[in-house]
Design a protein around this ligand. Structure first.
Ligand code: HEM
Length: 230
């Protein structure tokens, strides 16, 4: 088996990707410092609570209590980095043409189910891949951009609900904008868990390519057919 080193991820994409990781981490952590001050969300009916998102022990263990102003300071500083890095990434993908590998194409939704079934070892063969990413990745990577836009807009709505009343209104009012902002955060955590599981599954070669930009491809050596004897 011959090996070939091929270019996979442009430098800009790698920078945007790796800057986003700690910045999003800081956004979620500082968001929690803020959420603590008005910890209202639960899943339940009437007076019965099925899920309270964060029990007191969680706040105590991670020392999240009583740090509202610190949380706000971090959140409102790093939101600019999150926003600028996101804008730069989207613009780069548009101008470089990378977007073609990142958006769903005809049949992506159908094939993404087949990818899922294949990943869960229910289906034997993986569906064909058009471009750099499989169809489940195309959907996930597009969804994460839409989520990012959603977080910025709902964030702005609850940051300045008086000045940006119209933005609050678009999201169904302050309360609704806050709920969407919170749900999107849960979405990032779920995306992250699946993303990491997939990266581990795909292996070292795939992960290394997101750092170095290059991937090692195994190529079957061509078998040269012997000339028939005359
Ligand atoms: C430790 C954390 C992370 C690791 C190890 C990681 C690893 C990777 C790898 C290896 C790829 C390339 C996948 C492939 O070639 O098949 C990738 C792509 C991607 N990841 Fe991550 N990732 C991490 C965190 C995140 C986070 C937090 C986000 C966003 C919320 C994210 C969003 C993306 C996106 C959008 C792509 C596609 C990039 C493009 O080609 O434009 N990743 N990641």
């Amino acid at each position: 088996m011959k090996k070939e080193i091929i270019k996979k991820h442009p430098l800009a994409i790698r920078w945007f990707h790796w800057v986003n990781f700690p910045v999003l981490g800081i956004m979620i952590w500082s968001g929690l410092l803020i959420y603590w001050a008005n910890d209202v969300y639960r899943i339940g009916f009437g007076d019965t609570t099925l899920i309270k998102f964060f029990p007191k022990s969680f706040y105590d263990t991670f020392k999240i209590n009583g740090r509202l102003s610190e949380g706000m300071a971090y959140h409102f500083l790093f939101m600019w980095l999150f926003f600028l890095n996101g804008i730069a990434y989207v613009l780069y993908t548009i101008f470089s043409g990378e977007w073609r590998d990142l958006v769903p194409i005809k049949g992506s939704f159908k094939r993404s189910w087949q990818v899922l079934l294949h990943d869960l070892h229910i289906r034997k063969t993986a569906p064909p891949i058009t471009g750099k990413y499989n169809d489940a990745q195309r959907i996930a990577y597009t969804a994460i951009i839409v989520m990012g836009i959603g977080s910025i807009l709902t964030g702005l709505a609850i940051y300045k609900p008086v000045q940006l009343e119209w933005l609050c209104w678009i999201f169904g009012g302050y309360k609704m904008a806050r709920i969407i902002h919170f749900i999107l955060t849960i979405g990032y955590v779920l995306f992250f868990l699946v993303h990491i599981a997939q990266v581990i599954r795909a292996g070292w070669n795939n992960f290394r390519a997101m750092i170095t930009g290059f991937e090692v491809k195994k190529i079957k050596e061509e078998t040269v057919a012997e000339e028939p004897k005359k």
